[in-house]
Write a protein that binds this ligand. Sequence first.
Ligand code: ASP
Ligand code: MG
Length: 416
Amino acid sequence: MARLVMKFGGTSVADLERIRNVARHVKREVDAGHEVAVVVSAMAGSTNQLVEWCRQAAALHDAREYDVVVASGEQVTSGLLAIVLQEMGVTARSWQGWQLPIYSDNAHGGAHILEVNGAELIKRFKERREVAVISGFQGVHRETGRITTLGRGGSDTSAVAVAAAIHADRCDIYTDVDGVYTTDPRIVPKARRLEKIAYEEMLEMASLGAKVLQVRSVELAMQQKVRVNVRSSFDPPDAPEDGNHPAGTLICDEEEIVENQVVTGIAFSKDEAQLSIRRVADKPGVAAALFGPLADANINVDMIVQNISADGRTDITFTVPVADYERARQVLEQVKGKVGFTAVEGAADVVKVSIIGVGMRTHAGVAATAFKALAERGINIRAISTSEIKISLLIDAAYTELAVRTLHSVYGLDNG
Ligand code: ASP
Ligand code: MG
């Protein structure tokens, strides 16, 4: 017997037919003798609709009331799934965030979970074999008792938090893809589904544009050591399966992965713009004078590259989200006189391609392989940044597909 959290996203609960399909997945696990807590999202499109209604009601609206409105989507799904399960003869009860409770801070619209009380769920597993159907995405602020929501995609994080609270053996995230791929299969048809991926790698993949899971859910899973399995809700729900090796991709501790490849995946993000500041004085305080005002303007800076200077002046290049590109340029122009540099140059049509793998820690030559492969294709690299398990390359957006395909194949990730 295992204790499982099963999470179903919006497309998996898009209508009653799909909710019945979800119920069959749940029933399979219950029939296998497992204790099950289910976390559900709102039916596909409904959160967008709720957000839109708030916007139409008033462009500037109270975030506490926004949460009251958008949290309602999940309430509908949890009730419906409980009804369908009961009708199938499975004992089930729905739970809203405030009922468990799932305590969060009061950052309405983007709250963080602080504590989940799983005691009642565990008691009911034992006493009545009751399935808990929990509304994802929502929590409650302990001091005010107000409903909160966790930010878009937040029900992944709800699921991981519940899994940690009830000490689940695994958190199965059922979604519209059957796992995590070595890269985006729409760009590289030869992309493979990974059997396993380490938390840290997934974190890089997730934050670099592979949109399978909310980034925060992966951080939480890593912290709490929750084993997360991403799999498809469109798999046949009644097929018997081997409990130890369910379909999908397991996100787990590095130690659980035996056959480590050097490179696990290639991620890319088109949401990047490059800024270069020419001939800045190379002296203490300059970087602070440039990046301080950007931080004050709430502009997230990434990939900072600065050269060693020969004549007391240097160039600094970095990236910002495309949406902040013009604003960042303005901020920099404003400090130009004070900081002292000759020009701000930039490009918005760039893409950041990243090579990810924990195996890099112990293998040399990973970067050199990429440089050579891209050079042979005539792809120019604008900026490079690295971490222990990642190499990011900024290139012209026009070369995205070619670069991703090239890297995918050069590191032996191609299928067959
Ligand atoms: N329904 C919420 C959203 O669309 C939360 C989720 O689905 O994860 O963002
Ligand atoms: Mg999602």
